[in-house]
Design a protein around this ligand. Structure first.
Ligand SMILES: Cc1cc2nc3c(=O)[nH]c(=O)nc-3n(C[C@H](O)[C@H](O)[C@H](O)COP(=O)(O)OP(=O)(O)OC[C@H]3O[C@@H](n4cnc5c(N)ncnc54)[C@H](O)[C@@H]3O)c2cc1C
Length: 478
C-alpha cells in the first residue's frame, strides 16, 4: 500500500532547510543510521523510508513545521514512543513522508492535586507520568506492557486501553483537555480541566483515537485519582474460561468498583513466560489450563485481603477455581503482574505469531475462545493459540504461535487467511476487529469492510474537513 500520488510531494532539500531553521539542524535527521529506529516498529512487521525525521521542541515549532508541510503538501507521520502495533507510526516506503517525532515535548507542565489533574506534553513517557502522579500522592491508572517507552501523545492518539480499563476506562475517559496542532499549523488550545462542559461538539473526542490522521496532539490534561490505600492481588487457576467468567461475576457482586483488574492467561502463555523470561517461576505446584490475575483496590483502608479470601473460597466451593495464590506481599503482586505484562513479549521466542486484538461482549468470551481455537486449528493443524488479555473488558488478544518446528515465513504467510476467519467469527458475535490497538495500516482495508457506508462517509467527511490536503498520516485508518 502506498500514499495516493496526487497527495504526496517529497520534502526537498530546500524545504528541509526551512524546517531545520525552525527546529534546529540537529533536530532534522536524514542519515540512514540515525533515522533507522524511527522507520520500523517493534515487531519488525512494518518498515518504511522517510525524507527526514523531524524533532520539534515545542508546540510553536510543531505549528511552524506543519505550516510548511501544509503549504508544500508534504505528508507527515506523527510518532511518539513507536510501540504501536498496527503500523500507524511507521512511514510507507516512498521516502516522501517526514516522520514528526514528539519525543522532545516531554515536560510535565503542571500537577493540580485539588482538581486531580496533570498537564503533560505529548512526548512524556507513560511510566514517567505514573511516577510523577505517585510522587504527588495520586494515581494515573493507564497501564500497559509498553509503559516504559510509549508516550501519552501516542496513548491518546490510539485511545490506549490496558489493564485498568475495567475500573477507570480507556484513555478517552482519562483525558479532560487537549492541545492539538491542526494540519494547516493552527494551534487548537483545548487544554480545559473541566469535568463537565456541554458547549457544542466534543472536538477532543474526535482527536482521541484518530491515530495521527486528524491533528497532532502536543499536550493534554489528564485525570488523576486517589492512590489506593488497600490492595489485594491473587493469581487464580481454573478449568475453563467459562469458570473465569463466573468468577468475574462473583467478584463484581462482592466488591463492585474495587475490582480493578481481571486479566486472563492460558497455560501455554505461562509456559512461554517461564521458558523465556529470566527468574520467573510457576507460582503453582501443578499445571492448570487457565489462570486469572485478579486485583481489588480501594481508596479507603479496607480489609480487601479478607474479602479476596472469601471470594476465593466461594469460587473454590462452586467448582470455578482449582487453586489460587493470593499475594502476601507487594513483591508477590509485582511478580504476578510481571507474568501478565510479559505475555506479548515472550511469544516472539516461539517463532511466528499471528495476532488479533478483538473484543466481543464479555459474556461471549468463553464461546469465542472455544470456537476460534477450533477454527484456527483446523486451518493450520498444530498451531498453538495463546489467547490472553482483558477478560473483564471482553478483549482477547487471540494470538497464535506457529506449530513447533514449522517454517516461520510459511506460517506467517497464512496471516490473512487466518485473520479473515477469526474476524468473521468475531463480527458474527457482535464484536470488533480492533479493541485497543487501532487500525493503522494493518487493518485499513478491514475497517471499510466492517463499518457501514454511513459510518465511512461520516469519517471521511471529518477527515476532509480537518485535513483537506490529506497530509496527516495518509494511508492510515481511512
Ligand atoms: C508490549 C506491548 C504491550 C502493549 N499493550 C497494550 C495494551 O494493553 N493496550 C493498548 O491499548 N495498547 C497496547 N500496546 C500498543 C501501544 O503501546 C499503544 O498503542 C500505545 O498507546 C502507543 O503509544 P506510542 O507512544 O508508542 O505511539 P506510537 O506507536 O508512536 O504511535 C501510535 C499511533 O499514534 C499516532 N501518534 C503518535 N503520537 C501522536 C501525537 N502526538 N499526535 C497525533 N498522533 C500521534 C501515530 O501516528 C500512530 O498512528 C502494547 C504495545 C506493546 C509493544
Amino acid at each position: 500500500m502506498t500514499i495516493p500520488k496526487e497527495q504526496a510531494s517529497a520534502a526537498s532539500e530546500a524545504v528541509l532547510d526551512k524546517i531545520a531553521a525552525i527546529v534546529g539542524p540537529n533536530h532534522v535527521l536524514t542519515g540512514a543510521k540515525e533515522m533507522q529506529p524511527h522507520l520500523k516498529e517493534l515487531r519488525d512487521r512494518y518498515h518504511g523510508k522517510a525524507a527526514a525525521i523531524v524533532l520539534p521542541g515545542s508546540t510553536a515549532e510543531v505549528s511552524e513545521v506543519m505550516k510548511i508541510a501544509h503549504k508544500e503538501k508534504i505528508p507527515v507521520v506523527p510518532q511518539s514512543g513507536n510501540t504501536g502495533l498496527v503500523g500507524g507510526q511507521v512511514p510507507f516506503d516512498t521516502g516522501e513522508e517526514i516522520v514528526l517525532s514528539l519525543k522532545r515535548l516531554n515536560q510535565i507542565r503542571a500537577i493540580d492535586t485539588s482538581s486531580n489533574t496533570m498537564t503533560v506534553e505529548a512526548g512524556c513517557i507513560l511510566e514517567t507520568i505514573q511516577t510523577a502522579a505517585q510522587d504527588a500522592g495520586r494515581l494515573f491508572p493507564l497501564s500497559l506492557g509498553a509503559e516504559g517507552s510509549c508516550m501519552i501523545g501516542g496513548n491518546i492518539a490510539t485511545n490506549a486501553g490496558g489493564t485498568a480499563v475495567l475500573a477507570y476506562g480507556n484513555t478517552r475517559e482519562l483525558t479532560l483537555g487537549l492541545e492539538v496542532v491542526l494540519a494547516d499549523g493552527r494551534i487548537w488550545d483545548g487544554l480545559r480541566a473541566l469535568r463537565k462542559d456541554n458547549t457544542g461538539y466534543d472536538l477532543k473526542d474526535l482527536f482521541i483515537g484518530s491515530e495521527g490522521t486528524l491533528g497532532i496532539v502536543t499536550a493534554a490534561i489528564i485525570k488523576l485519582f486517589p492512590l489506593p490505600r488497600a490492595k489485594a492481588t491473587a493469581l487464580i487457576a481454573m478449568p475453563t474460561p467459562a469458570d473465569a467468567l463466573e468468577l468475574l461475576g462473583m467478584a463484581r457482586d462482592a466488591v463492585g468498583p474495587a475490582l480493578t483488574a481481571f486479566e486472563f492467561i492460558p497455560r501455554i502463555g505461562l509456559d512461554f513466560v517461564i521458558n523465556h523470561a529470566p527468574a520467573v517461576r510457576d507460582p503453582f505446584n501443578e499445571d492448570h489450563p487457565w489462570y486469572v490475575l485478579m486485583e481489588f483496590s480501594s481508596g479507603v483502608e479496607d480489609s480487601l485481603d479478607e474479602i479476596m479470601e472469601t471470594i476465593l473460597a466461594a469460587g473454590y466451593e462452586a467448582g470455578h477455581i482449582s487453586d489460587a495464590v493470593p499475594a502476601k506481599s507487594e513483591a508477590d503482586s509485582i511478580a504476578f503482574w510481571r507474568i501478565r505484562m510479559l505475555m506479548s513479549e515472550v511469544q516472539r521466542h516461539e517463532g511466528g505469531s499471528i495476532k488479533h486484538d478483538i473484543a466481543v461482549p464479555v459474556a461471549k468470551v468463553p464461546q469465542f475462545i472455544r470456537e476460534a481455537t477450533a477454527l484456527v486449528q483446523e486451518l493450520v493443524p498444530g498451531c498453538r493459540p495463546v489467547p490472553f488479555g482483558h477478560l473483564g473488558d471482553g478483549n482477547v488478544h487471540f494470538n497464535i504461535s506457529q506449530p513447533v518446528g514449522a517454517d516461520k515465513q510459511d506460517f506467517l504467510a497464512q496471516w490473512e487467511r487466518v485473520a479473515d476467519a477469526v474476524h468473521k467469527l468475531t463480527l458474527s458475535m457482535g464484536g470488533t476487529i480492533s479493541a485497543e490497538h487501532g487500525i493503522g495500516r494493518m487493518k485499513r482495508d478491514l475497517l471499510a469492510q466492517t463499518k457501514s457506508k454511513v459510518e465511512m462517509d461520516m469519517m471521511r467527511a471529518v477527515k476532509k474537513a480537518l485535513d483537506p490536503k490529506g497530509i496527516l498520516n495518509p494511508g492510515k485508518v481511512l
